[in-house]
Design a binder for this molecule. Sequence first.
Ligand code: IPE
Ligand code: IPE
Ligand code: MG
Length: 256
Amino acid sequence: MQPDRYAADDDESPASGVPSSSDLTGGLIPAHVACVMDGNGRWAARRGLPRTEGHAAGEAALLDAVEGALELGIPWITMYAFSTENWRRPADEVRYLMGFNESLLARRRDELHEKGVRIRFAGRRDWRVPKRVLKRMDESIEMTAGNRRCTLTMAFNYGGRAEIVDAVRRLIADGVAPEKVDEKAIRSRLYYPDQPDPDLVIRTSGEHRISNFLLWQLAYSELVFDEVLWPDFRRSHLFAAVRDFQQRQRRYGGVT
Ligand code: IPE
Ligand code: IPE
Ligand code: MG
């Protein structure tokens, strides 16, 4: 596969002047950015390619987004790679996505490790996820566990509702009395209680919805919707989103 086969279209840069990382580092940098990587299928369809080619082309976007986050010093990134609802897709596409995620880890984990990225996964490890995928995930977690520059969480077989259900199951298993159930008790049973809530969520491909992503954690996140299809996403789109974020006023229900 030629590396430039999936090069992003130049005319897909953010419209209103792309900020550089140094334009942004004087302002507030979000501690946690989460992305709904959407639009792979449409990207492929526009080129007369099978949907799977769109997923393959999304790899370069993912890597460039991570590089951009490192450049800005963002310590937490979460990427939505496969939802609990994505099993509804045609079997061939699901099979492809499983294999693709496994091979992406195999190909990229050394590079991410060298950059100081800790890799984690949020989602259900259920019987539908092939063993070899779980094995590759575990190897990647283990290899990068000591890294602290940035934590990249791949939301894989992830659903926001499933995460809350799992937290409730743990509450019950822990024998927590009803009057002891509060936000702290629930939060501490989410997949990664150590992780701050996302400050900024970016969804590509012009869809304006959450699609079961981080339902608990998004309560006060700033949302940025970009028309760009995920395979064309580059750090310039991340920088543009961070610039938007820096212009927002967060009130958390209070007044400023
Ligand atoms: C996002 O792209 C990737 C996954 C959900 C796995 P899509 O595959 O949803 O692309 P569109 O939305 O059909 O264009
Ligand atoms: C959300 O995208 C899931 C991922 C990006 C992994 P979808 O393409 O599955 O969302 P819907 O179906 O358009 O809401
Ligand atoms: Mg989609």
